[in-house]
Design a protein around this ligand. Structure first.
Ligand SMILES: *Cc1c(COP(=O)(O)O)cnc(C)c1O
Length: 410
């Protein structure tokens, strides 16, 4: 089976993981990561959501409203709420990114920050964001770059366009440190404040956590190997992998049990190797995106969300009219499609108390029901892509075009 994603883990990562730990493993990863994304400071955290939680605290924003997308990963508002802030959800636009006109309108005296997110790697409009920053100087711009490692807008890297950026580094991301997250910033004062917050918030990683993370890494190699991936999927569907793959519960705002336990040295060593390949990973994804879009461009059944050539292509996304049919038909033929963000956050049970008053969110809702992600990895060969394309052409040939997106809500 061709998986919807495959971590680009090779022999070098394995060798690095099995080397004995050194006290400066995490610091070396931070240096390598900062260099890879072109920023002065990088601070490592156990998860991207912990990175955001610590960043909000270091910025001294407690109690303030945080403007954020309705269509993003649910761990983002989890960090906002658990950090003592209020989420202010904004509907998506046609590129799946937060509608910046609506975001600008939503900024008020109580707003502390705006989290701009380049969903699927589609770069957020930095010119519009600059205008917002000028007109609401009290609002701090945070870039969520978990999907957009070094995506650019008119030549500017999105991660550099704000006070700080956060990154997620789990095995489904463009590069991985097994788990893990980062904050990057060019502001030395913020870096120092964040380091102090981290010392207060985060406990040292235990040896047991390092062992568990090493075992998890070792399991990723066979789990994503295409001949075995069908088995992985059967185990997942039977609920046996929930501990590793289920990352949210509709009705609960929570964090993983170990969200305050530091990134382990083994994760940092794997991350250091991956950071050195980041540009190659993105180049491979770009080639894939071009190939897919070229080979499937004539199909009315696909309405592309993936657009800009300067995207970093964390995902290749398109809308289809009947997602469950398309996903099932593809799976039967050995191609797994993703539905990475299958929810509109303010319409989830746990967020209704904010969402009901702030809505409606017609675009986020439509995207959450119609979006598919094509198989993509820094690690697929052209053969896998060609097979996926042939099967998708077949399945999509008789599918209708999805209806046009509604206008953005709030
Ligand atoms: C993955 C992701 C994060 C961070 O996720 P963690 O699992 O906490 O590392 C943040 N934002 C978006 C959009 C993501 O996809």
């Amino acid at each position: 089976m061709i998986p919807q994603f495959r971590p680009a883990l090779g022999v070098a990562e394995l060798v690095a993981a099995l080397r004995p730990a050194k006290p400066d493993d995490v610091a070396r990863f931070e240096t390598a990561f900062a260099a890879a994304v072109g920023q002065r400071h990088a601070l490592a955290f156990p998860y991207g959501r912990t990175a955001l939680l610590a960043l909000l605290e270091a910025l001294n924003l407690k109690g303030r409203a945080i403007v954020c997308p309705a269509y993003t990963c649910v761990v983002v508002p989890h960090a906002i709420v658990l950090g003592g802030n209020t989420p202010r959800f904004i509907d998506a636009g046609p590129d799946a990114n937060m509608d910046l006109t609506a975001a600008e309108r939503a900024i008020g005296a109580d707003t502390g920050a705006l989290i701009a997110t380049s969903i699927f790697g589609n770069p957020v409009d930095l010119d519009h964001l600059d205008a917002i920053a000028r007109s609401s100087s009290g609002t701090i711009i945070i870039q969520d770059c978990a999907h957009s490692f070094t995506a650019t807008w008119n030549g500017r890297r999105v991660n550099e366009a704000g006070r700080a950026a956060i990154f997620g580094l789990n095995a489904s991301k463009t590069m991985t440190s097994i788990f893990g997250g980062m904050v990057t910033t060019d502001d030395p004062q913020l870096a120092a404040a964040l380091a102090a917050t981290r010392t207060r918030l985060i406990t040292p990683a235990t040896l047991w956590k390092s062992v568990a993370r090493t075992l998890y890494l070792l399991a990723l190699y066979p789990a994503f190997w295409p001949p075995l991936y069908g088995l992985t999927e059967r185990l997942r569907k039977a609920g046996l992998l929930n501990r590793f793959t289920r990352y949210y519960d509709e009705s609960v705002i929570d964090m993983p049990r170990d969200y305050r336990s530091a990134m382990t040295p083994v994760e940092a060593r794997v991350g250091t190797v991956q950071a050195g390949s980041l540009n190659a990973f993105i180049a491979a994804r770009r080639e894939f995106a071009e190939y897919y879009r070229h080979a499937l461009s004539h199909l009315p059944a696909l309405s592309w969300i993936t657009g800009a050539d300067s995207s970093s292509y964390s995902h290749i996304a398109a809308r289809v009219a009947d997602r469950s049919h398309v996903m099932r038909a593809a799976a039967t033929r050995g191609v797994q499609l993703g539905e990475v963000i299958e929810y509109s956050i303010p319409e989830m049970a746990a967020y209704l108390r904010w969402g009901t008053a702030q809505g409606p969110f017609p675009v986020a809702q439509t995207l959450s029901r119609q979006t598919i992600n094509l198989p993509l990895s820094g690690h697929f060969g052209p053969r896998a892509a060609a097979r996926a394309v042939a099967i998708l052409k077949d399945i999509l040939a008789d599918q209708p075009a999805p209806p046009a997106l509604p206008a953005a809500g709030s």
